[in-house]
Design a protein around this ligand. Sequence first.
Ligand code: PNS
Length: 176
Amino acid sequence: MTKRRRGSLAVFPGSFDPITNGHLDIVDRGLGVFDRVRMAILMNPEKQPLFSVQERVALIREAYRGNSRVEVDTFSGLLVDYAERVGASVIIRGIRAISDFEYEFQMALMNRRLNPQIDTVFMMPAESYSYVSSRLVKEVFQLGGRVSGLVPPVVEKWLSEKYGTPIRAGRVRRKR
Ligand code: PNS
């Protein structure tokens, strides 16, 4: 069994627009290794997010209400500078498939070059989330598809409010 490192803090950075159950799965795995996981939302003026940074912070807070080991923050500028500033020596990133790997590997090596004191740890979510992304969740929901089980209930509620469309109820169709 993995032993948690005492007093350790890992930063889990991302856009989280919005948070998915795949992200939650990674956070849970991170909590098995580190004392605290801080989700750090990049403030990127070049992107046009669906949810504002404040809304994304609120969604994460709601998803982790009562869990003091999960923190949420925003940052701009270099990720390694942020990690150093908050006293984190590890960056967590999720890898869903080999297709994620190339970009993540490049970022990890660049971050290591920028600050060799900070390591990147890759974590794999449960296979059931291997196809889940914030982008797909938004697209499916907007087109009337069902996303329950892929995002926390509060995200589904807010998606419904954003797009002005109802939450699609019912069971997922069985594969024949
Ligand atoms: O969820 P995303 O959009 O894949 O997250 C990407 C993120 C936020 C991890 C990445 O864009 C980032 O770290 N940006 C901060 C700027 C930075 O440090 N750039 C150099 C990375 S090698």
